[in-house]
Ligand binder design. Structure first.
Ligand code: CA
Ligand code: CA
Length: 253
């Protein structure tokens, strides 16, 4: 695993540079006010100049089993950080956060299945398994800064032939599992104990895009909506909390 500069390290570096800049400014101001002998005080005549903005990470970093962002560090309002899923575990930079954990169908991540913590989902042919991250509001069962135990989140298989996704479609703050098939969109609502409830059909007929099908809250009511992207345009069906509403007029590309 290649050593990389973490985002937090970079932020700390930038803050450090900012402090150096303001410190020099203060020194200049003090010197101008004449409250320190110029013969004994060294005053910078030029201020540090920040270089051009470059990539955070010059080395390629993607996982064989998935690449996503999650809030690793326990900071209120903290940043989402790049995490990659490899054969030997889930990695954040040069730190291995846990051992092997990935799904045959796919590996996903999102916030809010268990007590608002980020959770990683391994979607296998025999079911969905979850691992909650012990973030700032970690439950007592999970040590902060570690992954909790693997939880079987469904008793049987649940994934879509078109798309499998995790989003909060009913707006209760917990992620829900979504399977998009050729016959329709199916949802399993997330429960507080980290598992998913029974399968419910959320559309009478099919709703998926040739380019992709996504779930995000586009109208800001807290419930993730379905977005279908075709080569000719994008259509949306708003979540009612228990189903997907009628198809809104298409936005042409
Ligand atoms: Ca939910
Ligand atoms: Ca919505």
């Amino acid at each position: 695993m290649i050593k990389r500069v973490r985002l937090t390290t970079l932020v700390a570096l930038l803050i450090g540079l900012g402090m150096a800049t303001s410190g020099s400014t203060a020194a200049l101001a003090q010197a101008r006010q004449g409250d320190a002998p110029p013969t004994t005080r060294s005053v910078a005549t030029t201020l540090p100049v920040l270089g051009p903005i470059g990539p955070l990470d010059a080395s390629p970093d993607y996982g064989a089993h998935g690449t996503f962002f999650m809030q690793v560090t326990s900071v209120i309002g903290g940043t989402e950080e790049l995490v990659s899923v490899h054969n030997d575990g889930i990695w954040w930079g040069s730190d291995r956060l846990t051992g092997p954990f990935y799904g045959q169908i796919g590996t996903y991540a999102g916030g809010g299945l268990t007590n608002g913590n980020d959770t990683v989902f391994a979607v296998n042919k025999n079911g969905i398994f979850s691992k909650a991250w012990g973030g700032l509001f970690a439950p007592p069962s999970i040590r902060e800064g570690t992954f909790g135990p693997t939880v079987r989140a469904t008793s049987g298989p649940f994934y879509g032939s078109k798309t499998t996704a995790f989003a909060d479609v009913n707006g209760d703050g917990r992620l829900d599992a979504i399977a998009v098939n050729t016959t329709g969109v199916f949802v399993k609502l997330g429960r507080p104990n980290g598992t998913f409830g029974p399968t419910r059909r959320w559309t009478a007929g099919p709703f998926y895009g040739s380019v992709g099908t996504f779930f995000a809250d586009v109208n800001g009511d807290g419930k993730a909506d379905a977005i279908r992207v075709n080569t000719t345009g994008t259509t949306i069906r708003l979540s009612t909390g228990t189903a997907l509403g009628p198809t809104a007029p298409q936005h042409p590309h």
